[in-house]
Ligand binder design. Structure first.
Ligand SMILES: NC(=O)c1ccc[n+]([C@@H]2O[C@H](COP(=O)([O-])OP(=O)(O)OC[C@H]3O[C@@H](n4cnc5c(N)ncnc54)[C@H](OP(=O)(O)O)[C@@H]3O)[C@@H](O)[C@H]2O)c1
Length: 325
């Protein structure tokens, strides 16, 4: 039984780690403000605000086997490793693919160059990558080889509130015709939230040291769309539209309003979803078939309403207008 402290645990990935840890018999404590949601049954929530200097006092007198942190804020991570690092057996920091400086070259591993570290305590949303680099550095400086830096790629599945990956199964579950980008060879990598959570627990068990790309298997956008169609049982018309045309009509790549999620045109992103995850696979990362992730994403989408307003994707009106052109 592992004595696990999750800094987070009230949101998506941290909550899934907590759920799996409880299921296997670990003793799980989560530290968060509690505003993002509840912790899974069986986990203990300690309410604390990491913006406050005394945030870690309630958990600082315990010897934790593993501490897992999902923060994006360098100040939070510096405070946590200072307060809890000396008594932690191992530390798992959830980082991101956005730490890398160059996303144009396919197949790059963990030795690829990083962005400059954010110098302050608080990183704005646009400074996400630089902030995570600073978080990684704080971990390495304090913990040395007692930390796993898990650089996650796009996560998908049940509980995803970003509206990105779920757009495609949701779109195919509604009426056609369906507009898709004609970039069907473009690589994608999506990891199921259950698979990355399981690997994060394994990283703590095995005391894995240093950076790991924790990515889904590389699958072409065309195959993702075909699998999403299959999962949704869609038999209607699909209309591929040229990338230049989409750009000219103001369709955004990747995410956000009036976007086509997962679509990443241009040479500058050719390597963003084709990173080398061999190191994590060799260390036990198991990735389930994409169809299972799509099924879970579709369940989530149906529950939240296929016709709701979305944070990412095309609205029905935007899609109709584009198809009319
Ligand atoms: N989604 C993706 O595709 C993707 C891709 C790459 C990497 N990632 C990484 O995956 C992780 C996602 O983690 P997640 O889904 O569990 O969490 P999250 O959505 O990033 O939420 C942050 C967590 O930290 C807590 N928190 C935030 N501010 C706090 C404060 N001032 N004091 C105390 N607690 C605070 C939140 O809880 P309260 O609000 O309740 O305090 C919440 O549990 C992140 O590290 C992200 O960078 C995600």
């Amino acid at each position: 039984m592992t004595k696990l402290l999750i800094l987070g645990g009230t949101a998506w990935l941290g909550g899934e780690v907590a759920r799996q840890a409880i299921e296997r018999g670990d003793e799980v404590t989560c530290l968060a403000r509690g505003g993002a949601g509840a912790v899974p049954d069986g986990a203990r929530l300690i309410k604390a605000d990491r913006d406050r200097p005394d945030a870690y006092a309630p958990v600082a007198e315990t010897d934790w086997d593993v501490v897992l942190d999902v923060s994006r804020q360098p100040g939070h991570v510096r405070g946590a490793v200072r307060a809890l690092g000396p008594r932690a057996g191992h530390w798992v920091f959830v980082s991101t693919a956005s730490v890398y400086a160059d996303n144009s070259r396919p197949g790059m591993d963990e030795s690829d160059e990083l962005l400059p570290a954010h110098p302050g305590d608080t990183a704005a949303a646009a400074e996400y990558g630089e902030g995570k680099v600073a978080c990684e550095q704080a971990c390495l400086e304090s913990l040395g080889d007692r930390v796993t830096l898990a650089r996650s790629g796009l996560i998908g599945g049940r509980g995803d509130f970003s509206d990105r990956f779920g757009y495609w199964p949701a779109r195919f579950a509604a009426d056609g015709p369906v507009l898709v980008p004609d970039a069907l060879d473009q690589p994608t990598q999506t990891i199921d939230v259950r698979d990355i959570a399981a690997w994060l627990l394994l990283a703590g068990d095995e005391r894995l040291a240093g950076p790991y790309n924790v990515f889904g298997e590389q699958i072409s956008l065309g195959d993702v769309l075909a699998a999403a169609r299959e999962v949704a049982g869609y038999r209607g018309e699909v209309v591929p539209v040229a990338e230049d045309r989409l750009r000219a009509e103001g369709v955004a790549p990747w995410s956000g309003p009036k976007s086509l999620p997962l679509w990443l045109p241009g040479p500058e992103y050719a390597g963003f979803m084709s990173r080398n995850a061999d190191r994590a696979v060799a260390a036990g990362l198991v990735r389930r078939p994409l169809a299972e992730t799509l099924e879970q994403a579709l369940l989530e989408e149906r529950e939240r309403g296929l016709d709701r307003e979305r944070k990412a994707g095309l609205s029905p009106v935007e899609e109709r207008d584009l198809l009319a052109l």
